[in-house]
Design a protein around this ligand. Structure first.
Ligand code: RIB
Length: 316
């Protein structure tokens, strides 16, 4: 149950994704034949907002696109599911961000990102984004990623704290994480590579994930949800240590699974789900997100998510 008009705010990247499938990563200087070209809207914030709408809550996207033809393509999916787009700015003279994604046969992916409009924020834009957060209805949740400049993220997160809103951070790309951000975050959701980049722990097991989570909490975050290589997650807070197993699914493509996790977690917090339940909800969403090719195209709606969770409970 959400508080009246509470909304999931998704601040961060809005990209056009050009995705292909390859048998393996190319070597240096190599030309590799690939297949299954997919051209679709993506970006971490756009994906989270899209998923939130699929799960039935209000969602508002805050970010930048360029003044080119890619912009409308990037926004087509979020627009179709009813994401509020009035705080997406078209930046004059900039191209929309472009993500070039290669998915390997085992579902693993690499992404090359041309940030373009995602990195073009004036001081006025930063202030306006903070204003959007400050004006959000009580009980709203802010979700952020690091594919936009640090100044935007910090201003928005500070506005959320001042407003009493919970903040979920997907620390991607981890190299852009500012130290002062940690104590402002309610829930951080690194994948194994990001956890290693942030706190130097190689996450290969549940124990590693808990250790990484403890170190993130020591830096000031309230809750760390460290994702495991198998698709599960470890939840660490001052007084809790829990590991949530993934759903048993066939992995097709891992692209966008982290955004599904962060978006679903934001939805669960908006709905005031208890923390372990919220992480189970997020793990289920990201488990289902890997079962199809592409990000938004593979995201489950509420019915599918609940049926998959119920199926697991019946088997247990
Ligand atoms: O997490 C997946 C997303 O990362 C893709 O949609 C791509 O645009 C990049 O931002």
């Amino acid at each position: 149950m959400t508080a009246d008009d509470a909304i999931l705010l998704a601040l961060g990247s809005i990209n056009l994704d050009l995705q292909v499938r390859a048998e393996r990563w190319p070597g240096p200087g190599e030309t590799l034949q690939v297949h299954d070209l997919l051209r679709a809207g993506g970006g971490k914030a756009a994906n989270r907002a899209f998923l939130a709408r699929r799960l039935g809550v209000r969602a508002c996207l805050v970010g930048h696109v360029g003044d080119d033809d890619f912009a409308e393509e990037a926004l087509r999916g979020p627009r179709a599911v009813g994401v509020e787009l009035s705080h997406v700015t078209r930046v004059a003279g900039q191209a929309t961000a472009l993500a070039m994604i290669v998915v390997r046969a085992d579902g693993d992916k690499t992404i090359l990102l041309a940030a373009n409009a995602n990195d073009a924020w004036s001081e006025g834009d930063v202030g306006a984004a903070a204003q959007v957060v400050a004006a959000a209805p009580a009980g709203s949740v802010l979700t952020v990623d690091l594919e936009v400049p640090e100044a935007v993220v910090l201003a928005a997160v500070r506005a959320a704290r001042a407003r009493g809103l919970q903040v979920v951070l997907d620390p991607s790309p981890a190299g852009r994480m500012p130290d002062e951000l940690y104590p402002l975050i309610d829930v951080i959701t690194p994948n194994p590579e990001e956890a290693r980049a942030l706190v130097g722990v190689a996450v290969a097991s549940e124990r590693d994930a808990i250790r990484a989570g403890e170190q993130l909490c020591a830096r000031g975050v309230r809750v760390a949800c460290v994702k495991l290589p198998d698709g599960g997650a470890a939840l660490v807070s001052a007084d809790r240590r829990e590991v949530v197993a993934p759903l048993d699914v066939e992995v097709v493509d891992k692209t966008g699974a982290g955004d599904a996790f962060a978006g679903a977690l934001g939805v669960a917090l908006l709905e005031r789900q208890e923390l372990v339940q919220a992480v189970k909800f997020a793990v289920a969403a990201s488990s289902l997100a890997v079962t199809g090719y592409g990000s938004q195209a593979a995201y489950p709606d509420r019915g599918r998510l609940e049926r998959a969770r119920a199926g697991r409970e019946r088997r247990a």
